[in-house]
Design a protein around this ligand. Structure first.
Ligand SMILES: [Zn+2]
Length: 211
């Protein structure tokens, strides 16, 4: 799978314009699933080793067929978002960012951080290579109201968001979409769709204006 994922960078076409690496395509549908309780946590009735990540979080299933069908610009592909976070791949072109990667937050995300600057901020937006920052600010609807470019020196995967379930006497109940810390006991009851990075030390490169 990894070689296939690496071969799916941003697509630029006359038809779609730039399609970011993390964007979901219409062919990448969610297969049917059945959530059950097993061993004090949720799982799939027909679970396989690919349904959990390296820290044991259960992930929502999604087909993998980038470039097939239509790009769903409002939807992020769960696995590519997670890979981009874990491996620090640029969310637009899919290349490895290395130490050059930056983090672009909407002004609202930044203001919703844990306190005034330079308090840690939690983001579900994977990094960007320097060459894709301007393009991203132009393409992403959530950045149009202003954005902030950060270079982080210390950061870690800290939370996942997705559908939270709770056990009840009559079975599992879907509570709703929640963001849960990876060290919370509730992470055992979440079917994740996005991984969040906590930027703990960073410098602000560019307080943003509307692109
Ligand atoms: Zn890039």
């Amino acid at each position: 799978m990894s070689s296939r994922m690496r071969s799916a960078p941003a697509v630029t076409s006359a038809r779609w314009g730039v399609v970011p690496y993390v964007t979901a395509w219409s062919s990448e549908e969610a297969p049917p699933y059945n959530v059950v309780v097993r061993g004090g946590r949720i799982g799939y009735a027909d679970e396989t080793q690919y349904d959990r990540d390296s820290v044991g979080v259960l992930w929502a299933r999604m087909g993998i067929s980038p470039r097939v069908g239509r790009p769903q610009f409002k939807n992020v592909h769960y696995l590519r978002q997670r890979l981009a976070m874990r491996k620090l791949l640029c969310q637009v072109c899919g290349t490895r960012c290395g130490d050059d990667g930056v983090w672009v937050l909407s002004a609202q995300e930044y203001e919703n951080g844990e306190g005034p600057w330079p308090a840690p901020v939690l983001t579900a937006q994977p990094p960007l290579c320097p060459g894709c920052v301007e393009r991203s600010a132009r393409l992403c609807p959530h950045l149009r109201g202003g954005h902030v470019v950060l270079r982080a020196s210390r950061f870690r995967p800290a939370a996942v968001s997705g559908m939270l379930y709770e056990p009840t006497p009559v079975g599992l109940r879907a509570v709703g979409r929640e963001t849960v810390a990876l060290d919370s006991p509730w992470v055992r009851w979440l079917r994740a769709t996005q991984l969040h990075m906590r930027l703990e030390e960073y410098t602000v490169l560019e307080p943003g204006s509307s692109a």
